[in-house]
Design a protein around this ligand. Structure first.
Ligand code: GBH
Length: 459
């Protein structure tokens, strides 16, 4: 293969997963219930009624999965820690067996020469904390700081890279506004309070990670590349609202220490009447990051829409003046997402343009695609579309680096086919196929391609 993009020496190639999507063993070794157990077990919430009860059974098969990572040749593996394994009620005493699982996983990785990158929160809030208000209340942020301190104390010297939150947009807005993620609430103000408390939780976690002296700490955001449907003033204004809701709500406080200037025009009375932002919060939230994690999948075409009563079918229930339209003339993945690699370049260069030197080094903590894979009679798994997606997106990433964006690493989503949240097991993002009847793992063509790319960087 001669068409591999070439990355600078030291660039980190990795693969990523998340606890609830792969672990299974939902009731084992003292794990407490999380909001995703509750949500997935509520009839009608997930496609096919799928749950993470068993998932990829990674809890029991982690050694086999680390062996696959080693064979792949990755320099780093990004996984997440299930808070309710470590603290079944989200506070107080530690469950030693839960802690021990992550300790064994980390040791296995280190032995394989793979750097662990741990995400502290990938959406599985202990149910006990949701029962007390969840992210709507500040207390949850405080508990998150305490849990972070426990993890940093036990794994801080063995895990070099820490991510406080994964995609807080999904936690706040899909969870408390659109209702398509746990806990499935459909609120306006509650979602904005959740967004703020997630930011506060991030700040408290950063403090704990610094106190423990970990090598690198940051956060992962799913920043959207919002493209106007037309050049009309109305559509351009809609793009600014979309940018505020998805991007600026996080990047302004974290990178610039201020709230978005476009807050009021985006949220109206939901934000003017708020009482959750407190003195000193911005200082906490804007502590310097060692890296910014970015998850990128697709661009979003945004159009203005007439104001209507909240409609849960709309993508962001808290601002129903937006409409998402389709991207013209490009292939879409099994998620129905348009494949537009240039948008990946544009997202990164625009971010650099906006924040300049205030933009820390970047890690792409997720990128990949769900496709309809073909299983050959001999068992081989063909996924040419995914190979093409990865090749063109890594090339687009390289272009952003040439344009001056300091990108240090790339983690493919995902190592394994897994529980794709509300969409269940039908959507497959893995570079390794999982047979959910036998739990057999089969590397796909994309795994071999990525292995080749990584090998081509070894001198
Ligand atoms: C990321 O989310 C996540 O970090 C990762 O866990 C996830 O598996 C991956 O990307 C792929 O989606 O449930 O019908 O409302 C990106 C945000 C959240 C977008 C779930 C798709 C499903 C649509 N994703 N959402 S629906």
């Amino acid at each position: 293969m001669t068409d591999f993009p070439v990355f600078p020496p030291g660039f980190v190639f990795g693969a990523a997963t998340a606890s609830y999507q792969i672990e299974g063993a939902a009731q084992e070794d003292g794990r407490g219930p999380s909001i995703w157990d509750t949500y997935s077990h509520t009839p009608g919430k997930t496609d096919g009624g799928d749950t993470g009860d068993v998932a990829c059974d990674h809890y029991h098969r982690y050694r086999e999965d680390v062996a696959l990572l080693r064979e792949l040749g990755v320099g780093s593996y990004r996984f997440s820690i299930a808070w309710s394994r470590v603290q079944p009620d989200g506070s107080g005493a530690v469950n030693p067996k839960g802690l021990d699982f992550y300790s064994r996983l980390v040791d296995e990785l280190l032995e394989a020469g793979i750097e662990p990158a741990a995400t502290l929160y990938h959406w599985d809030l202990p149910q006990a904390l949701e029962d007390r208000g969840g992210w709507r209340v500040r207390e949850t942020a405080e508990r998150f700081g305490e849990y972070t301190a426990i993890m940093a104390e036990h794994l801080g010297d063995r895990v070099p890279r820490w991510i406080t939150l994964n995609e807080p947009w999904c936690s706040a807005f899909l969870g408390y506004s659109v209702g398509r993620h746990a806990p499935g609430a459909k609120e306006g103000r509650g979602a904005l309070a959740a967004a703020h408390h997630l930011l506060v939780g991030h700040g408290l976690a950063m403090k704990e990670l610094r106190a423990a002296g970990v090598r690198e700490a940051g956060i992962t955001l799913n920043l959207d590349r919002n493209v106007p449907a037309t050049g009309s003033d109305a559509d351009l204004a809609a793009v600014l609202r979309a940018d505020t809701q998805h991007n600026l709500v996080w990047t302004e406080p974290i990178l610039a220490g201020r709230y978005p200037a476009s807050d009021e025009e985006t949220w109206g009375e939901l934000i003017t009447g708020q009482d959750f932002r407190r003195e000193g919060d911005l200082e906490l939230i804007s502590q310097p990051l060692d890296f910014l994690g970015i998850n990128y999948y697709r661009p979003i075409v945004v159009a203005d829409a007439p104001h209507r009563e909240p409609d849960p079918a709309l993508r962001v229930a808290t601002d129903n003046r937006l409409r998402e339209t389709s991207y013209p003339d490009v292939r879409t993945t099994a998620m129905g997402w348009p494949v537009v690699p240039e948008s990946f370049t544009d997202l990164l260069t625009a971010l650099k343009e906006t924040y300049g030197d205030a933009l820390p080094p970047v890690h792409i903590t997720e990128n990949g695609s769900a496709e309809y894979d073909t299983v050959e009679p001999d068992g081989a798994v063909r996924d040419a579309d995914r190979v093409e997606y990865l090749r063109t997106h890594l090339t687009a990433l390289r272009a952003a680096m040439d344009a001056g964006v300091d990108v240090r690493g790339y983690y493919v989503w995902s190592l394994l086919d897994n529980f794709e949240w509300a969409l269940g097991y039908a959507k497959r993002f893995g570079i390794i196929r999982v047979d959910y009847d036998t739990q057999e793992r089969t590397p796909k063509d994309s795994y071999r391609w990525y292995q080749g790319l990584i090998a081509s960087h070894r001198s």
